[in-house]
Design a binder for this molecule. Structure first.
Ligand code: ZN
Length: 149
């Protein structure tokens, strides 16, 4: 577990310093705002669809290192996914950070997102890690706002 913890720390810090897809999308088809009042994380997620496929996804906002790193990595994996694939990933990620999915033994498509299994040890951080995911899910369902409160 300590190896995973090291990787977790390193990855979070790196993405926080240099978040991917940290921008607005002009002409976004969908967007949603996500707020996590407990920590003060506030993100806006932009989505551009091409038919049923997420052709571009980006985010802006401010928040703690975990919320930004999670949003950054989420945008990386979601690009090019169909709505259905996006929903599977959302469900798996959500179950992982809430303890319903064991990344080592349960079949999943999380890949490098597995490092976020580390937040299980820090219950207050679960909402930080899942904020961008809930926000993307809301955007895909046409809801403009989501709060993890
Ligand atoms: Zn946070």
């Amino acid at each position: 577990m300590s190896e995973l913890n090291d990787l977790y720390q390193e990855t979070i810090l790196e993405h926080n310093k240099n978040p991917r897809n940290f921008r607005e999308i002009e002409g976004a088809d969908r967007m949603a705002d996500g707020n996590n009042p407990l920590c003060g994380d506030a993100l806006r997620v932009y989505v551009k669809m091409d038919g049923d496929t997420v052709s571009d996804v980006a985010f802006k906002g401010s928040g703690c290192a975990i919320s930004k790193a999670s949003a950054s990595m989420m945008t990386q994996v979601m690009k090019g996914k169909t709505r259905e694939e996006a929903e599977v990933l959302f469900d798996e990620f959500h179950r992982m950070v809430t303890g319903g999915l064991d990344v080592e033994t349960d079949e999943n498509h999380l890949g490098k997102l597995k490092i976020f299994a580390g937040v299980l040890e820090f219950p207050a951080r679960v909402k930080c890690a899942s904020l961008s995911w809930h926000t993307l899910d809301a955007a895909l369902h046409g809801d403009a706002e989501v709060s993890t409160e």
